[in-house]
Design a protein around this ligand. Structure first.
Ligand code: ATP
Length: 359
């Protein structure tokens, strides 16, 4: 088992693109770690630089405290699973799983033992003689994982491990992967552009943008307290409301005026009259019933979308559209007037210029 330490890492392609642009990161021993971000943010390049498949231009990569920055991939102690699995079509499952051992000239009897054991761990019993073409997508994905695990790397690197599976299989494979990682306790870094997958699987998530780290934290932290408006926009199945606001009073509980009214905000450090961007998730807004005396937003319902057990209601607050999720049975009808409230602890204030979370 091993941690990964990345310091001042930059990976620049020959065309001048700084795909990884000065990154510091520590992945703890045994951690399940997600690299998340929009297409082109550099997450695959970072994973490939850890693996040694791309050369670092600046900085260092350490695995289990050893500097591997200039080592070739085969000598780094990493096992990687590619998005397309990269199974050998002419080899059966057993041969695919034990290929890394064959390269290392491990004896056939030992290899066969590893194949049987790993196939057991990955629910591939009974499939050892089959060729990849005779397997389902989910089974192929598990063979690729089995091969990586059998190679006994210190860390496991997964590039979009679930993206080739259909929606139902993906959920099944997600649960399987989470349990497997926990049982094996192997340090694992996986790349995904699917924030639901990162939130569901990872112990910690690194959100990237333009080769840089924008936030590092637990799924809960990244969801509830995005440290800038980029992360606030990116995380969440329904996007966070980001409203222009102005702090109007300064005390333990401040109030921010926003289009359609005001919201409470738990901050003591933002001065009165400061122009801010107010972040509030649709899930943390409530449609109030009865008279409201405290801070609230007032507006008219534009449209309601069915999300399953909940509805996403869009409210026009003085010309600014605000999303609020409500239980399906409490969906207000289009055109009706509503009052929205939120607890101060859920209202986040961001610097209007830099987009960074204000303390
Ligand atoms: P995706 O989710 O679309 O795979 P990503 O976040 O993994 O994206 P990368 O594939 O790491 O992003 O790409 C980061 C940047 O580097 C992009 O601007 C991309 O165009 C560029 N890039 C990637 N591979 C190369 C290459 N071989 N040569 C030049 N530029 C590249």
């Amino acid at each position: 088992m091993a941690g990964i330490d990345i310091e001042g890492l930059a990976t620049v392609y020959p065309n001048g693109v700084r795909a990884v642009d000065g990154l510091d990161l520590h992945v703890a021993d045994g951690e399940f770690f997600a690299l998340l971000g929009p297409s082109g943010c550099g997450k695959t390049t970072l994973l490939r630089t850890i693996a040694g498949l791309e050369a670092a231009t600046e900085g260092t990569v350490r695995i289990d405290s050893a500097d591997v920055t200039r080592l070739e991939p085969g000598k780094r102690g990493v096992a990687m699973v590619f998005q397309d699995y990269a199974l050998f079509p002419h080899m059966n499952v057993s041969e695919n799983i034990t290929y890394p051992l064959k390269v290392r000239r491990v004896a056939p009897a030992t290899r066969s033992g590893v194949a049987t054991r790993t196939a057991g761990e990955l629910s591939l019993q009974g499939l050892l003689e089959r060729k990849p073409a005779q397997l389902s997508g989910g089974q192929q994905q598990r063979v690729a994982l089995a091969r990586a695990i059998a190679s006994e790397g210190k860390v496991l690197l997964l590039d979009e491990p679930l993206s080739n599976l259909d929606a139902r299989l993906r959920l099944e494979a997600r649960t399987f992967l989470k349990k497997l990682q926990r049982d094996l306790g192997i340090t694992t870094v996986f790349v995904t552009h699917d924030q639901a997958e990162a939130l569901a699987l990872a112990d910690r998530i690194a959100v990237m943008d333009s080769g840089k780290l924008r936030q590092l934290g637990s799924p809960r932290e990244v969801f509830a307290r995005p440290s800038n408006t980029f992360v606030a926009n990116f995380i969440g199945s329904t996007p966070m409301n980001l409203l222009p606001g102005k702090v109007t009073s300064e005390s333990d509980i401040s109030v921010v005026s926003v289009p359609g009214g005001s919201l409470p905000a738990a901050t003591v450090s933002v001065p009165a009259d400061a122009e801010v961007t107010v972040g509030i998730r649709p899930e943390y807004l409530t449609v109030a019933s009865g008279d409201i005396s405290g801070p609230a937003l007032r507006g008219g319902v534009v449209v309601a979308e069915n999300l399953g057990t909940q509805s996403l209601v869009t409210v026009d607050c003085d010309g600014t559209l605000v999303g609020v999720t409500v239980p399906e049975e409490a969906e207000p009808s289009p055109g009706s007037a509503v009052v929205l409230t939120a607890p101060a602890t859920r209202v986040l204030l961001y610097d209007r210029e830099s987009g960074e979370l204000l303390a």
